[in-house]
Write a protein that binds this ligand. Structure first.
Ligand code: NAP
Length: 350
């Protein structure tokens, strides 16, 4: 007989209701039926947390429980998975991630800085708690490159993984190319248009791309996340004259994050590079991200799309939620089957 009792919904808590957190609520509202069909059960937000309860976020969050202290989300009995969408490598985001895993809850995060610095320890904690830890949105926003590398290229030895991982830098470099303007002027324009933060240091100095590269490299090469050993140079020193000269020789300049293994050592670097006009990365303009993986059987694979923004990033976060739920369900079934196997073996012995 088949059990037709509907599954209870997966209950989630969201910490951080900024660009990504509000995007997740919008996606879950808009694609409710589709998400239920894909997940095999509904996904319901039960509680949320941010700093300012009265802020207008363009989504109705009054229907959810509010926690002033986001760590309290991890302690709630009505929460199965916690979404950490706050940001920052340490501080409250890390405390929440640890508390959620400690309580045996799944954790989905978009936080590249936290995964680059603490991914290894968090993964060990998740393993111990047998809880899912997912971070697709931490690398290249809406592009499913973590899943692409982890699953799609799993039968390959990768020669290298490289790409354009920072939309702000790519916007600035491609604008400099189009307008002939210098770096400082283009950065100001990018800030005015919302493509660069008021404090752009993490982006233009290459740190954000280095965070993402260290995560991709670990997945692609089955290595430990090793952010400390990414050699990083940003785009601050790129001049309009460099771009014009590159153009005259048939190249564009892009901030390229690249990892490969040489003599058994993982080499990771982020730096402005000349990219030949006939290479697919040369036509990646504006805030778009792109990742190339070269496998020994797959050949060259190109993943391209929006590396940021509320919609694309929410798309990656919710895909992780659906996957996390599937992982938990299949682990639960495997445990039950093992249990049944154990019992029947005992019965047979009798
Ligand atoms: N934006 C993107 O396109 C994008 C793409 C990929 C990954 N990410 C990652 O996603 C994460 C969130 O990014 P975002 O752009 O959504 O950031 P954001 O717009 O700045 O939102 C951050 C949220 O966290 C809340 N928050 C900050 N400190 C807090 C604290 N101490 N306690 C409680 N809440 C706190 C803020 O509350 P208030 O609103 O009340 O101030 C805000 O709602 C980051 O890790 C980021 O790197 C973002």
């Amino acid at each position: 007989m088949t059990d037709t009792t509907p599954m209870p919904p997966l209950r989630i808590a969201i910490a951080g209701l900024g660009t990504v957190g509000a995007g997740v609520i919008r996606l879950l509202d808009t694609n409710r039926d589709l998400v239920r069909a894909r997940a095999g059960r509904g996904i319901e937000v039960t509680a949320v947390s941010a700093r300012d309860r009265s802020k207008d976020r363009g989504v109705n969050h009054e229907r959810f429980h509010w926690e002033d202290d986001m760590i309290a989300l991890a302690r709630r009995d009505d929460v199965d998975v916690v979404l950490e969408l706050v940001g920052g490598s340490d501080g409250p985001a890390l405390a929440l991630a640890r508390a959620a895993l400690d309580a045996g809850k799944g954790l989905v995060t978009a936080n590249k800085a936290m995964i680059a610095h603490h991914g290894l320890a968090l993964a060990a904690q998740a393993d111990k708690a047998r809880a899912p830890l997912k971070f697709e949105a931490a690398v290249a926003g809406g592009i499913p490159v973590v899943k692409g590398l982890r699953e799609g290229t799993s039968a390959n030895a990768l020669d290298k993984v490289y790409g354009i991982l920072n939309g702000t830098c790519n916007y600035i470099l491609s604008e400099m190319e189009q307008t002939g303007a210098d770096f400082a002027e283009t950065l100001r324009e990018a800030q005015r248009l919302g493509y660069a933060e008021a404090d752009p240091a993490f982006d233009i100095e290459g740190v954000d791309a280095a965070h993402k590269l260290s995560i991709l490299a670990a997945i692609g090469f089955g290595a430990r996340v090793d952010f400390a050993n990414v050699r990083t140079t940003g785009i601050v020193a790129v001049r309009a004259a460099d771009i014009a000269q590159a153009d005259a020789l048939g190249y564009v300049i892009r901030l390229i994050a690249e990892a490969d293994v040489r003599d058994g050592a993982l080499l990771q670097r982020v730096r402005p590079c000349l990219v030949a006009r006939d290479h697919p990365l040369s036509s990646v303009d504006g805030p778009t991200n792109a990742v190339v993986a070269e496998g020994n059987f797959s050949g060259r694979l190109l993943f391209q799309g929006a590396g940021a923004g509320d919609g694309p990033t929410a798309s990656a976060v919710v895909a992780d939620l659906i996957e996390a739920d599937g992982d938990t369900a299949s682990k639960g079934k495997a445990a039950k089957d093992k249990d049944k196997g154990g019992k029947s073996a005992k019965t047979k012995k009798k």
